[in-house]
Design a protein around this ligand. Sequence first.
Ligand SMILES: [Zn+2]
Length: 610
Amino acid sequence: MFHSSVVKAFLGLSIVTACGACGSDGRLAEPGSATGMNVLIVTIDTLRADRLGCYGHTGARTPTIDALAESGLLFEQATTVSPITLPSHASIFTGLAVPNHGVRHNGTFKLSPDATTLAERFSASGYDTAAFVSAFVLDRRYGLNQGFTDYDDRFETTIDAGPGSYPERPADAVTARVTDWLRARADARRESPFFVWVHYFDPHGPYEPPAPFAESFSEAPYDGEIAFVDNELARLIDKLRDLALLDDTLILITSDHGEGLGDHDEATHADLIYDSTMRVPWILSNPRLFPNGNVVRDRLAATIDIVPTLAALTGLEPAGPVDGIDITAAPVAGRAVYLETLAPLLDYGWAPLYGLRRIDDKFIQAPQPEYYDLASDRAELDNLYEDRKDAGGLRAELSARLADWPDAFEVAGIQKELTRDELERLTSLGYVTGQAALPPGTRDPKAMMPVWHRINEAGRLSVRGEHAGAIAAIREVLQLDPTNGKAWSVAMQIYDRAGQSTEAETCARRALQLRPTSGVWVNLARFALNRGDLATFEGALAEAQRLDPQNGGIHIGHGHADALQGRYDEARKEFETALRIDPVRSGPAAREQLRRLDALLESRADDTKQ
Ligand SMILES: [Zn+2]
C-alpha cells in the first residue's frame, strides 16, 4: 500500500488534483479523526518544497516523501513564518507568530518556559514524548525541550570543522536513535500513543552528502543531501511498519525554511523572505485517514497551523490562543500570514524585513517595499509596488499587526541613530569615510547581498591562510558598510588568524559596540590577557557571562589566567567546567587546554627530578 507505483509514473502530477477528500464545505478531515493515533513530526532543515519529487522537481530522488504524499494531504502553497531555524521551530511547536513567542533569532533568544508547546499538550494527554534534533541551534538550552520526556540533542558524533560548519548529526545517526527508541518502547509494551519529533539537518550547507549520494548527485549536492535524508526516512518508516505502527501514526513532513540557492542573489537563508526560503513542504500523511493522495490548492498553509491542525485531528483539548488555524477545516478567504526576519538587523545592522503572504500575493516591508502577484510571478521577479502602493490592502494590514508588537530595535537593543561621537570614532579609525556610516536599519538587505558574499569570501580566504587577501576583502566591506557588526567580528577573526592582535582587538571593540555577543567578549578578554591587562580581561568575561552564562569560552578564559599565574588546580577545574557545560562549542578547545596543562605539569615534574 505504501509503495504504490502511481507516484513513480510522474512524481507530483499523478496525485489526484481535485479535492477528492473534501466535503462540500471544503473540510479535508474530520476533527477527532486521529484520536489516539501516534503523531510523528519530521522537520527537514533547509528543505525547499520545490526540490521534492511530489512538489514537481524532476531531478529529485525522494521516493519516501513522495509515497507519504500519496497517502496524505500535500499543501501546494505552504509558508514558514521565519527563515531562521530556532524562531521557525518555535512557531511550529507553539502555533504562534514569531513576535508572540519572542524567539527572534538563533543563539541569543530562548523560548520562554511560559510558552505552551505541542509536546506539553500531548504529554498532558498521556502521550509518550520524544524529540531527536540534529543541530546545536536546537540544543535544549534554547527551550524547545519543553514537554519532551526524552530530548535527544547529542551532537558529539560530529566535529566542528571551523567557520561555516555547524555542530550537527547526520541523518543515519538520527534515524538509528529514533528506531532504538521505538524498539525499546515496543519491548516495554507501552500502550500509550507517542508524539515524536525528528529533525534532520543534512540539507543545510555545506552540501556534502555521503556515498553513494555524493557520486550520483555530484552536479547537485543539495539534492543529494535531500536524497540521503529521504533514504534515512525510509528506514524510519520501515521500522514503524515492522512494529505494526504505521497505520496508526499520523505523519507530518515539513521544513523550517528553504534555501536561496542563488535566487535573488541569496546563497543560503535567514536574510531575505522570498519564497525560495519561505515556501516549505507541508504534508500530512496516514494511509487510513487519507487513502488517496490529495494535492490541496485552495488555501495557503503555514507552519503555525501545525499545532491547531494536529490538536483538532487528535482531539486535544483547546489550549490558549494560537495564530495558526486548523488547515483541514474550511479555507479562510483572504488569509494573510505574517513573515519576518530580524537577522539582517541583528547580524549586519541592515533593515529588518516584515511581510504578509496570501495564497496569491505577498507584500514585503523594506526600505524599498515590494509587492508580488504570486499567481503570475512565483519567482517574485516583478516588483509591482510602484503601481500598487496599497499592496492589495496588505500594507495597511501589516502596519496594524506590527503596531501590536515591540519595535525590532527595542528587541535588539540597537540604537536607531549613531551619535556624532560614534560617527567620528568610526571615521577616526581610518577604515571609513563619513558618508558610508548610515544609521543601523537603513540599508535594504536585498541590495546588500554582494556585501554578504564578500564577507564570506574574506572568511574563506582567512581560513585558507590567505591573510593579505582576507584583510583586503574585509577592509573593503568595512569601508562600504561600517555599521555592520558581523563584518567587524569577522575582521577580528581575520586579523587574529593573521597574528595581528592589536588590529584584532580594535575590530573586536567595534563589533561589540554594534553587535555585542558573548563570543566576541571572550575574544576581547583573550587579547587583553595576552597584553597583561587584567582589568579589561575580567570585565570582558563578566560581559560574556551576562550575555550567555553557558558559553564555555568564559571558563577557558579564566582557566588561562589561572594557568598563567601558576594556579594549576583552579585552571583544570575551569577547563573541565567548560567541557561539561558547553561540550559542543567549547569541547575541542577545552580538551586541548587540558592536554597542554598535563604536558606542562609533566615537564615540570621531570625538571624537578633532574
Ligand atoms: Zn534551519
